[in-house]
Design a protein around this ligand. Structure first.
Ligand code: AMP
Ligand code: ZN
Length: 477
């Protein structure tokens, strides 16, 4: 598989350190608010990548952190902790909002068919690992203590700016404007590993450490969690493009300084989802969530489909018109699948020929929109229904668009409405027969039978009314 690599700025062959095994790390969400659909674009594309790697036969060990401490309002180590800001906003404790938004994140992931990583660790559960890593960095001379904080010394590295050395335009830099310079740093690019001093002394969660009571920097958590659960040789690291600098740059600096060799050769970055007004961001407070889309009547899977129709290395602009188009295309696709019948046996030659279109698309830098074209090619192909359905099930193991489930649902709905109308017709016939019998009974002056019929129907909510034009009925719901 060719996969673009932000480190080399080329589409490189994806190879793993140990054949057959892929150690994959993903930066998890900062749980001070709901994930917005921009964040979820990154997680959807990473999910397809993970599932495709499994599909090709690799055993994937995917690890993800949950950022519940240390991510400051500016990625450049200044400002208030985002978690504390969230807790103040909602008049709750940091741990309460961390739990609430972590659960909300995984609930959204489930709605979008995003698989839960094999290992998920909140940063607050790994403090001892961070302390041990900072100690190693101090022992090896890569870190220093100044003004009460422990810093990473970037001047000790041969190369620090690993991503944007080639072309700064290619990477959207995560440093915000107007960041105040921290005077305790030796070099401008140094970053905090452990805080004991901060302008914001009301940090709720603090831990004892060899350097005093404090809390970890944001970057150390991903390095330490990945080294612990993925081992020293990571094959693939993922995240949104805003994480490339400074977060991933700092992860590489401290991980390689700690282990003494190259850490991760392949970096996968997803470009942003934007609105017509610019980047969708959590901190601005104005963003779209999966629940909001649901309230507006969209199936979350339609948002997944919308994302897969574009390449992950292109910025994607969200609009309701574009989502409506995706919803209409998804509905048509499902109707086509629902019309297929599993006739005959799966023909292996047909299966392999059509499957190759799909794997060629994904081998080509995870081209998901071409993979969806391959799905349409299957539906149009001159092959039997059993082969088509087998291919659709096979592709959906990677795309996770609930193709067969949705097709079954619309078939079941159709059958239900057909049987409802058949039931309606039966009831109509029965009522009309009883009305005729009642008229005949009245003519024969058998009023007991006539009343029995009227009362029997009334008990079932069917009210008879005698009019000049004859007897009519009304069904009370
Ligand atoms: P956060 O919860 O802010 O730590 O971000 C979680 C993930 O979403 C990270 O991988 C970010 O790089 C990514 N991300 C943030 N904003 C966007 C966006 N507008 N579009 C796509 N991914 C994003
Ligand atoms: Zn990270």
């Amino acid at each position: 598989m060719k996969l673009y690599n932000s480190l080399t700025r080329r589409r490189d062959d994806f190879v793993t350190h140990t054949p057959g095994i892929c150690n994959m790390y993903t930066c998890g969400p900062t749980v001070y608010h709901f994930a917005h659909i921009g964040n979820l674009r990154s997680y959807i594309m990473e999910d397809v990548l993970e599932k495709y790697l499994r599909y090709t036969g690799l055993k994937v060990n995917r690890v993800m952190n949950i950022t519940d401490v240390g991510h400051l309002s500016s990625d450049a180590d200044t400002g208030e902790d985002k978690m504390l800001k969230g807790a103040k906003r909602e008049h709750k404790s940091v741990m309460e909002i961390a739990k609430f938004y972590t659960d909300a994140f995984f609930a959204d992931c489930e709605k979008l068919n995003i698989r839960r990583p094999d290992t998920v660790r909140p940063a607050t559960g790994c403090i001892d690992d961070f302390i041990a890593m900072v100690e190693t960095l101090l022992d090896k001379g890569y870190a220093y203590i100044s003004g009460g904080n422990v810093y990473f010394d970037t001047s000790k590295l041969e190369e620090y700016y690993v991503f944007n050395k080639h072309d700064a335009e290619d990477l959207e830099v995560g440093v915000r404007e107007g960041v105040e310079e921290d005077c305790a740093k030796k070099n401008k690019s140094d970053f905090v590993l452990w805080f004991t001093k901060s302008k914001f002394d009301d940090q709720e969660l603090k831990w004892d450490s060899p350097w005093g009571i404090g809390y970890p920097g944001w970057h150390i958590e991903c390095s330490a969690i990945s080294l612990k659960y993925n081992g020293e040789y990571l094959d693939l690291h993922c995240g949104g493009i805003d994480n490339a600098f400074p977060h991933h740059t700092n992860e590489i600096a401290q991980s390689e300084a700690c282990i003494g060799h190259k850490w991760c050769p392949h970096w996968f970055h997803v470009l942003h989802l934007n609105t017509s007004g610019g980047k969708m961001s959590k901190s601005s407070g104005e963003f779209l969530t999966v629940s909001l889309l649901e309230e507006k009547g969209y199936d979350p899977i339609v948002y997944r489909f919308f994302c897969l129709l574009s390449h992950y290395r292109k910025s994607l602009v969200f609009s309701y018109d574009a989502l409506d188009n995706a919803a209409a295309a998804y509905k048509k696709l499902i109707e086509k699948i629902a019309a297929l019948r599993a006739d005959g046996d799966v023909i292996p030659e047909d299966f392999d020929r059509l499957k190759k279109l799909f794997t060629d698309a994904l081998d080509n830098d995870l081209n998901t929109s071409l993979a969806i074209t391959a799905l349409y090619d299957v539906i149009k192909a001159d092959v039997n229904g059993a082969t088509k359905l087998a291919l659709i099930a096979d592709f959906d193991g990677v795309l996770s668009l609930s193709l067969l489930e949705s097709a079954e649902r619309i078939s079941a709905d159709k059958n239900n409405s057909l049987s409802n109308s058949a039931a309606d017709e039966n009831l109509q016939n029965e009522i009309e027969a009883l009305i005729a019998e009642r008229s005949a009974a009245k003519k024969e002056k058998n009023f007991a039978r006539a009343d029995e019929i009227r009362d029997g129907l009334a008990a079932r909510g069917i009210i008879l009314k005698d009019t000049k034009e004859g007897t009519v009925y009304e069904i009370k719901s």
